[in-house]
Unconditional design. Structure first.
Lengths: 197, 405, 334
């Protein structure tokens, strides 16, 4: 089972991101589950969302406390200690950030937060891409496609189909182009692991 | 058809498949997505129903009361404070024997205010005369919603479908939505035997003196005994259409021969089952998922607990000064049973506290340490206030009893 | 033709009227007190509304005295749910009928407690959502069913068991809630007040209210001999005085604007209204406090007359003297 935790702030579409990932998994014939852990639905408030993907029906409904992957909708959220809590020592973090992974590691050290040496970090400037195409700071499409490309968990085509289930017309086209550009920014299958690990 | 759906959207679609003519609701987290979903289905012309966006839950319940009494299949949904605000009407609907279906997106009750899931709200109205069916997952929420209309209309008792707020309502997962033909074949058009009609005038909700009150209450109580059969037959008949059931009154799984069982109600059962499947429990355990809380299936519980030495009952609500509520009823059901199990009651997950799969093993291990009959298992003593800080303060005195001018 | 003319030499008006069958939505034999204004008002409302109605009744005297199980005085479909939800239950009935394509009219009945106070929220919501429901408030100006306690509708200075007159208090300290202004603020198509002392006017308003499309509201002043402390035989004359003093203005509103008023030809002093009623008796004492409160009450009546332009400049067929010259006629049993 792949367990993914998404951290972000209210208004960034993080819950939708979780739903899109789980939907993409479903469309690929996997079993999946996505749910939020709302603080309260306020813009800017930290929000956590959870995604599970597996080859068989998912029964557990507990929050994901030791995720394999973290997807962070902005790098500011790294300053909150809970963000990194329970991350697998071999885990990986994808951050929406214009900064380099090395820069983020340094920042974390300054904050007194440690990430294990085996934990991989990648960044993509998803907000910038979204602003260029959507005109709104919704990083989901490039961030999720980059995540899928890195992990090889699901195909970015499935993500596109998940977007198509929720959007149409111009907005869908824009998201589709963001899905393509997000995936192109990262090394494919860099983090690849089987779903049934 | 299987779709990846948020629980609330799936419930809304299931409600729509039952063709209600009247939907009335007031927004409250975490119920809102259900009613928003219904509003969209109506706006898109996919459901021909009157949506009454009322000014309070009190009126939501009152509107569906009136609408069903006037002969329309009616639906409402609420949670937490909304259920409590409705409570007077809930008693009334049941006493009037009006068939209505309500989804309770289970949530804690204030104070302290919490928007998160536990079962305090539906427990607060457990004596209101509503059938209460709990759902372990969103598929059960869909299937139970459809069954609920038939159960309600056959028993003339209202049905509350209890679905864990957020944990189920806000979880997206693969759900099999039946098609309209299946639901139409299972659920006949709404018919209420005492429909308000000027061609056959009836007076309902009359004043009942002590001379007759006892008999009225008896009839209401007796209807619940018959409701057990309707719940079972609805689940069986619906399984005939979709090939899956919801466990009837009580689902028994896991290791049938085990001497220890854990009983849960609602979505925690999934985590429990997962822990069992993943070998997290560390020993054979019988798993019980209690679906019907009203009527309380005492007979089924006695049968399901045969041969047990210990029964752990999980409560997601609390009767302060007493303990867990489900366990009380379980103990009452098992009272006098020859070789009945020891019942150990743990409250967990109050106000949405995460219930991880590992907790069940700790519970099982605690059985060796002679645990109290009730405790809050996931209490964190470090978070309790320092008693030294709680210095007594003088209360200001109020005025004299008599203050002649 | 004047009222004394007969249609034929062999038949006088009263015989003709008495021989006409009248729809009775609430039969006699119920348990209301002698001289109950609410029972009379209910009968008049249903006479005018006819049999094709459904009534949602709030908790109160009306519900209690008409339905001691297994008996019921109602010949129309009737449902009582709770105290504070008559408007919402009626709204539910109305949407169900609409969904089913049925044209039966929906009435909600409540006392002043169930309208001004505990039922107000549901009423306001029902009006705002534009349900086609006629909400009838039988206003007897206190919680009579529970034994005479003050409500938001109790007039200033009136005695009740929770606004008693004593050494330092002269009855209710607050004013009667201006519910009509609040109803007007909802901008509903039709709202009116009427008094049981003017039955023709009352019935006309019921018909008009049921004719409009959308919500309508009737405030019916209904004396309670028990709670007001007047002789049961004086129900009509006491309520006439409520109107003739200006304390209870009789009017119609459309979309929040006053369109007709029942003019007062000879305004009576409030003292005359107070005299037969126990609830105002303390205001008639010869003390400065009593005199002051009675003056307040007179000022409130005068303010109503001025605010609604109730004073008649010349006689009219629908003024306080003319309106009840229309004969009420008899009942079915003569």
């Amino acid at each position: 089972m792949v367990e993914i935790r998404i951290h972000g702030r209210g208004g960034q579409g993080n819950v939708l991101a979780a739903y899109l990932l789980a939907t993409a998994a479903f469309l690929e014939g996997q079993f999946s589950q996505a749910f939020p852990s709302f603080g309260a639905e306020r813009r800017g408030a930290p929000i956590t969302a959870f995604v599970r993907i597996d080859g068989s029906p998912i029964l557990r409904r507990s929050q994901i406390t030791s995720p394999r992957y973290l997807v962070l909708a902005d790098d500011g959220i790294l300053r909150i200690p809970e963000t990194l809590a329970g991350l697998s020592p071999e885990g990986a973090i994808l951050v929406n950030s214009p900064r380099s992974p090395e820069e983020l590691r340094k920042r974390l050290e300054v904050e007194g937060m440690t990430v294990g040496p085996a934990v991989r970090i990648e960044t993509i400037p998803a907000t910038r891409l979204a602003m260029e195409v959507l005109g709104r700071p919704i990083p989901n499409a490039p961030l999720l496609s980059a995540f899928l490309s890195l992990t090889g968990t699901l195909s970015t085509e499935s993500l596109g189909r998940a977007f198509a289930g929720r959007f149409s017309g111009d907005l869908l086209q824009k998201n589709m182009s963001l899905v393509a550009s997000g995936a192109s920014l990262v090394a494919q299958n860099l983090w690849k692991e089987p779903i049934h690990a | 058809m299987r779709e990846a759906l948020e629980g609330s959207q799936a419930i809304a679609r299931a409600v729509a498949l039952c063709r209600p003519q009247v939907v009335a609701a007031y927004p409250i987290t975490p119920q809102t997505h259900i009613v928003e979903g219904l509003a969209r289905l109506i706006a898109d012309g996919l459901l021909a129903a009157e949506l009454v966006s009322v000014e309070s839950e009190f009126s939501a319940a009152s509107v569906v009361l009136g609408a069903a009494a006037a002969g329309s299949r009616s639906y409402t949904a609420s949670a937490s404070q909304g259920i409590l605000l409705m409570s007077e009407v809930l008693y009334n609907i049941s006493g009037l024997r009006i068939p209505v279906v309500l989804t309770c997106a289970n949530r804690a009750v204030s104070s302290p205010v919490s928007i998160w899931n536990d079962h305090q709200d539906s427990m607060a109205v457990r004596d209101s005369g509503w059938i209460q069916l709990h759902c372990a997952d969103n598929q059960e929420a869909v299937d139970t919603t459809i069954q609920a209309f038939r159960i309600s209309e056959r028993t003339e008792l209202p049905v509350m479908v209890c679905v864990d707020g957020f944990t189920l309502t806000h979880t997206l997962e693969p759900i099999d939505l039946p098609d309209a033909a299946q639901v139409d074949a299972f659920l006949p058009p709404f018919r209420f035997s005492r429909t308000l009609s000027s061609s056959a005038p009836l007076s309902q909700g009359t004043l009942v003196s002590p001379e007759f009150f006892t008999e009225m209450r008896f009839l209401q109580h007796e209807a619940f005994a018959r409701a057990e059969k309707e719940i079972l037959s609805a689940d069986r008949d619906w399984a005939g259409f979709v090939g899956r059931d919801c466990g009837g009154l009580l689902r028994v799984e896991g290791d049938r021969e085990a001497s220890v069982a854990i009983l849960a109600m609602g979505s925690v059962y999934g985590t429990l089952k997962d822990a069992h499947r993943s070998g997290l429990l560390g020993r054979p355990v019988r798993l019980l998922s209690l679906r019907a809380f009203r009527p309380f299936p005492a007979g089924a519980i006695r049968e399901a607990t045969q041969g047990l030495s210990d029964l752990i009952v999980l409560d997601r609500s609390l009767s302060p000064g007493s303990g867990g509520i489900v366990a009380h009823e379980i103990r009452s059901a098992l009272y006098g049973m020859a070789k009945g199990p020891r019942v150990v009651n743990f409250a967990v997950g109050l106000g949405g506290r995460n219930v991880p799969g590992e907790i069940f093993r700790e519970m099982l291990e605690s059985l060796e340490k002679d645990p109290p009959s009730f405790s809050i298992f996931d209490l964190d003593p470090r978070k309790l206030p320092d008693p030294g800080l709680d210095a007594a303060t003088e209360m200001p005195s109020s005025g004299p009893v008599l203050s002649p001018r | 033709m004047t009222s004394s003319d007969s249609p034929s030499p062999s038949l006088d008006w009263s015989t003709l009227r008495n021989s006409q069958p009248r729809f009775s939505g609430m039969e006699s034999g119920h348990g209301a007190c002698q001289g109950c204004g609410q029972a009379l008002a209910t009968r008049l409302v249903l006479e005018a509304a006819g049999p094709d109605v459904i009534v949602a009744n709030a908790t109160g005297c009306l519900e209690i005295f008409t339905t001691p199980w297994p008996q019921s005085a109602w010949t129309v479909p009737w449902i009582h749910s709770l105290f504070e939800n008559a408007a919402a239950v009626a709204a539910g009935i109305e949407v169900a009928l609409r969904a089913q394509g049925r044209t039966t009219k929906v009435l909600a009945f409540a006392g002043d407690g169930g309208t001004f106070d505990i039922g107000f929220q549901a009423l306001s919501g029902m009006l705002e959502r534009n349900h086609e429901v006629l909400f009838v408030c039988f206003d007897n100006e206190a919680y009579m069913n529970t034994g005479i306690q003050r409500s938001g509708s109790t007039p200033h200075g009136a005695w009740t068991n929770t606004s008693p007159a004593g050494k330092v208090r002269q009855g209710k300290r607050h004013f009667k809630k201006d519910l009509l202004a609040i109803i007007a603020a909802h901008g509903i198509p039709y709202a009116a007040t009427a008094s049981v002392a003017y039955p023709s006017d009352l019935r006309n308003k019921v018909r008009r209210a049921l004719d409009v499309s959308g919500p309508s509201f009737l405030l019916l002043h209904s004396p309670c001999p028990l709670g007001w402390g007047h002789d049961s035989a004086l129900t009509i004359s006491v309520d006439r005085l409520a109107v003739e003093t200006g304390l209870f203005p009789v009017l119609e509103m459309e979309r929040g604007h006053v369109v007709t008023t029942m003019k007062i030809r000879n305004p009576r002093p409030v003292r005359e209204y107070a005299e037969p009623q126990f609830r105002f008796r303390h205001l008639l004492q010869d003390t400065p406090e009593a005199r002051e409160e009675l003056e307040h009450l007179q000022a409130l009546a005068d303010a109503n007359i001025e605010r609604y332009g109730l004073l008649a400049t010349e006689p009219g067929p629908r003024d306080t003297e003319g309106a009840d010259t229309v004969r009420r006629g008899g009942s079915r049993w003569g």
